[in-house]
Design a protein. Structure first.
Length: 283
């Protein structure tokens, strides 16, 4: 039985949107490519004798870099990381990462490399991908470079097809990062669950958060409730509509998204989330 994906595509995308910064350098599509190639979206310890952890398989020996004043200054500090312990010549994580921390650690590693290496994107990716590693390794430098090229090819493909929701094209992009053609039939329903009644866990939580709210949401509103609104609107949008960025800020694009949803749902289209719009969105 092959190792199966640990998250759906939508779940992973939502986790990255909520926990990744500096997207203008390292896009969410690139983050997806890395987390797919490294772990098949599984937040767990590296298989075999390795000690790397999480979606991006970052070594616990690197975590101290994400707890420094430099990390706070540059916005990649990761709070409440589990303790680590030296075991022989390796550093072992004494605990587990939450899904949010696991994405934050990937983001922090990329951003630390970027800041520490004179803001060079490729240099930062080479450092993350182990191109500069001098110790014993099962991979050659050329093999590591090929993996990084796969990340970048996947990123470009997902960016080209970022509008709409086309599982076939997304699958093609993920293949570029880590090929799974032989088991695609097993992987596809996990990446893209089928069925009208299916709601992935993160979306259930967002709907519940939106349902609990009582304030009117409109241009100028901000916070977790707006983030929930943006994620629910993305889920309910028809193919061909560009996703809203779930940043918790009710700006012009979110206003347009609400207006469009109201129009399609035969509600009064005023761009304001009041009781009737809220009830329809969370039904």
């Amino acid at each position: 039985m092959p190792k199966l994906p640990g998250k759906s595509y939508d779940e992973m995308k939502a986790l990255i949107a909520a926990n990744h910064g500096i997207g203008y350098v390292f896009s969410w599509e690139l983050m997806l490519a890395i987390c797919w190639e490294e772990s098949l979206f599984n937040n767990e310890e590296q298989e075999g004798a390795g000690t790397a952890w999480g979606f991006g398989q970052v070594e616990p020996s690197e975590y101290y870099k994400f707890e420094t004043e430099q990390a706070k200054t540059h916005g990649y500090y990761v709070a409440n990381l589990p303790p680590r312990m030296k075991v022989g010549n390796r550093t072992k994580l004494m605990g587990t990462l939450t899904d949010n921390q696991s994405v934050q650690v990937v983001s922090a590693a990329l951003r630390h490399n970027y800041i520490s290496r004179n803001k060079g994107k490729m240099d930062a990716l080479y450092a993350y991908g182990g191109v500069y590693y001098k110790g014993p390794s099962p991979l050659t430098v050329l093999e590591r470079l090929a993996i990084i090229e796969g990340w970048l090819d996947c990123e470009k493909h997902l960016q080209f097809f970022h509008q709409g929701y086309d599982p076939d094209e997304i699958i093609k992009g993920l293949h570029m990062a880590r090929n799974f053609k032989k088991v695609e039939a097993l992987f596809r329903p996990i990446l893209f669950p089928l069925g009208e009644d299916y709601l992935i866990e993160w979306l259930k939580e967002e709907i519940a958060r939106l349902k609990k709210g009582e304030q009117f949401l409109k241009v100028g509103s901000s916070g977790d409730e707006v983030t929930a609104l943006q994620n629910v609107l993305n889920h309910k949008a028809p193919p061909g509509i560009e996703d809203l960025t779930p940043d918790g800020i009710f700006g012009p694009k979110t206003n347009a998204g609400v207006f469009d949803y109201q129009r399609r749902s035969q509600l009064i289209a005023d761009g304001i989330v009041g009781p009737k719009t809220r009830q329809k969105l969370t039904a």
